[in-house]
Design a protein around this ligand. Structure first.
Ligand SMILES: C[S@@+](CC[C@H](N)C(=O)[O-])C[C@H]1O[C@@H](n2cnc3c(N)ncnc32)[C@H](O)[C@@H]1O
Length: 293
């Protein structure tokens, strides 16, 4: 791992072969982050190849830019949601790409960086927006404006949280008397209704659910997937790394149902025991590859 960066890219040793990348390819990396995969992909591309990196988070893209600037390769970094990939490619004068990579969710950067509000252990204000320049609601705003039914639905659907109703009820009771302002405030509140049953912190699912709601993650993914047949050249491939069943279900259905797109690997690819040992955050990663016919 590079010491200036925090995130360890999943499948980093295999990403070139998993994507079946050729040095002259044009690649769209929809989730550039700190540029972990991006650096590997860019280093492999030759002077005919081109890399386009997108991220919703402008701060994280600045780190990638710093890493890429010394590589002397052809690339563009754009602060955008991957849900707007077609428009971004059009603005760059690119019609189609050979490969797409999506490495979904959040980066370790978001967990460890101060004032982002993603980590249940921190005293940060509950923000959780990937794009801090957007006017979309933060986790704090959702917690204080959503009805009990809406909160239950967010926790049940996006967190698959069996304690959804109890947690939502407690949130709505608590907010009448005092603000639930920080990550600690929320995780302490969850602990009052949900006990520890293993190593996983009881607030993990609540934080996942709110993060997905704040960033409209599943809506963005579905919009992007609809555009894939228009983004890829014939024979082009898309590799998607997902980290929980909600995302993976959407990706799996997309590969099965989309006309003109075939799943390449029928069996999902998982990280090796060795990779999980080096990078425990990779333990829930699943890789699927699809090809445009
Ligand atoms: C798992 S990290 C990617 C790490 C990256 N592959 C690397 O190797 O450094 C996911 C990234 O996707 C970004 N992201 C999440 N949703 C996004 C969206 N709809 N559009 C663009 N970027 C998004 C996050 O800000 C985060 O930086």
């Amino acid at each position: 791992m590079n010491h200036d960066t925090i995130h360890y890219p999943v499948f980093s040793d295999q990403i070139i072969s998993l994507l079946d990348l050729h040095p002259c390819h044009v690649v769209l990396d929809g989730t550039c982050g700190e540029g972990g995969h991006g650096k590997i992909l860019l280093s492999f591309l030759n002077e005919s190849g081109y890399y386009i990196g997108l991220d919703k988070d402008a701060a994280i893209l600045r780190i990638a830019e710093k890493r890429f600037s010394t590589l002397k390769k052809r690339y563009s970094l754009v602060h955008s949601s991957y849900a707007n990939s077609l428009a971004v490619l059009k603005s760059l004068g690119i019609d189609h790409v050979d490969r797409i990579l999506l490495d979904l969710g959040l980066s370790m950067f978001h967990i460890q960086q101060e004032n982002r509000g993603f980590s249940y252990q921190s005293d940060d204000i509950l923000d959780m927006r990937f794009d801090q320049t957007s006017h979309s609601k933060s986790a704090f705003e959702i917690i204080h404006t959503a009805s009990m039914e809406e909160l239950t639905e967010i926790l049940r659907v996006y967190g698959e949280e069996v304690y959804a109703k109890k947690i939502a009820r407690l949130i709505t009771l608590q907010r009448k008397t005092s603000l639930i302002k920080t990550c600690q405030d929320l995780s302490q509140l969850v602990l009052r209704v949900k006990p520890y049953t293993g190593h996983i912190h009881p607030a993990t699912k609540t934080f996942q659910a709110l993060r997905i709601a704040v960033n409209q993650e599943l809506a963005d993914l579905k919009k992007m997937l609809q555009e894939v047949p228009l983004l890829l050249k014939k024979g082009g491939k898309i590799g998607i790394i997902s980290y929980h069943s909600l995302e993976d279900r959407i990706v799996k259905q997309f590969f099965i149902q989309t006309e003109g797109l075939n799943p390449v690997n029928k069996k999902i690819i998982l990280p090796s025991a060795e990779e999980i040992k080096i990078n425990p955050a990779s333990r829930s990663a699943k890789f699927r590859l699809g090809e445009r016919l």
